[in-house]
Design a binder for this molecule. Sequence first.
Ligand code: DON
Length: 562
Amino acid sequence: MSMAIIKRLLVGAFLVCTAVVAAAGERMTPGIATAHPLATAAGMEILDQGGNAFDAAVAVSAVLAVVEPYSSGLGGGGFWLLHRASDGFQTMVDGREKAPLAATADMYLDENGEVIPGLSIDGALAAGIPGEPAALVHIAKHYGKLPLKATLAPAIHLAETGFPADDIYLKMAGFREQAIKASAAASEIFLPGGKMPRLGALITQPDLAQTLRLIAEKGRAGFYEGETARKLIAAVTQAGGIWQDKDLREYAIVERQPVRGTYRGTRITTAALPSSGGIVLVEILNQLEAYDLSAMNEAGQLHHIVEAMRRAYRDRAEYLGDSDFVEVPQTMLLDKRYAAGLRQSIHPDKATPSAMLAPTVRETSQGRHTTHFSIIDSEGNRVAATLSINYPFGSGFVAAGTGVLLNDEMDDFAARPGTPNVYGLVSARANAIEPGKRMLSSMTPTFLENKQRIGIIGTPGGSRIITMVLLATLAFDQDASAAEIVAMPRFHHQYLPDAIQLEPGSIDATTKKELEAMGHKLQQMENSYGNMQVVIFDRSSQKTDAASDPRGIGKAVVGAEK
Ligand code: DON
């Protein structure tokens, strides 16, 4: 990216608070950036108690499950990308939800084969089998130093004593009021007395505290067996869902090899399937690598970036799904020679209509739900984790007596190949519903490394997650700071719909005109999107830099570990 676009994108659209502290001696200064100040504080507290980044990740995930109920939680799932400093081992803990064993490919269709609106979004039938509890137990057991009793303590405390309803909570609860009201147990917790809480009113979750306590005592059995499992199955069944004991008993996380790539001097370590994020990110970067973006004007840069996005998202729609179920040509998609082939079809100054790309599926709204956090500890252990219950407040359904708000991640499957999901994404047979299959995700927790710096990044934002991480990678390559990266205005193209989505303030009128003249359709968005959390360690200055997206209420802290 040339300085032209970097300068434009970095113009202070938002003011960000960051902290930069020099590391003492050999050890790194720990840094944590999360979407909520209480989660960042809990992570720091765990580091202070002698925990490592993995312990802090467990604590942060659990606190987010309590204080950001619209984003992630025990009733959802996610991907935790880990780097262990002692031996350089890197892995992705896949705690993605799975389709219930009784799920069928046409479960959201009516008798005419049309998608029934809302069925994969609201209520118990929309929920996949949660993976977050199993993932937290696994991370604590295999990578952490502290017992779950210690790492879950901050979350238990906050569930019991309450957290203050903030602006985003009120906005999201307003948006999902109907779905929440359809579930008596959800209503009781999130709309106490049947009303929207006041700003600052305490939201307490005693049942969730008890479920967390059971997990702290019994590990995965505290959620997937016994009392909690019984309550989950009973509530889901009563509400028309299809979960069975076996679904919970057999849920297992999978450790997967992260997807790897390179862009100029930067090594990328990122999400593997069942997230599309890593493959799509690397495919875009591979196409862009051969261009001298810095020699282009802003419209030229945007044009080339968008054309690369378009082609990679076409492949997402066509090929990607859970690789435990379908053959995915991953080696081909990640090959720089394949990217060179794609690049051949990019015209230097004309948009390629998406309809002109090789045929794929024929037919063809998001923002601050789902959550990401980034952590580095004093030993250099790292975690990038993106966690979700999908739509704000997930399915809106709480299983009575558990405090667990269920996800509506089933909507990430192709309810019908070619019909767009809630993020406007289309996918093909590779992402059709099958019993026990994981739905395709866009979550893209990522490590970036070059000679100078190590970056830990990620964000929520549905289908736009991948392009946000892409823009962050291009800026990282240009030495942007954590604060600059999270504040950059954003743009996005996802093949279908065939339009460049522009965040307010992302480009000026002249560039818009130039892009339109090339044949691009522009969609000016009313609202900003994303909630990026970045931690960067500079190898030569030995400084840790962290920043939380100014669009959210998150907090980044860099501090001395005791
Ligand atoms: O896994 C996915 O790709 C989606 N369920 C993520 C949803 C999301 O990021 C919502 N955020 N704004």
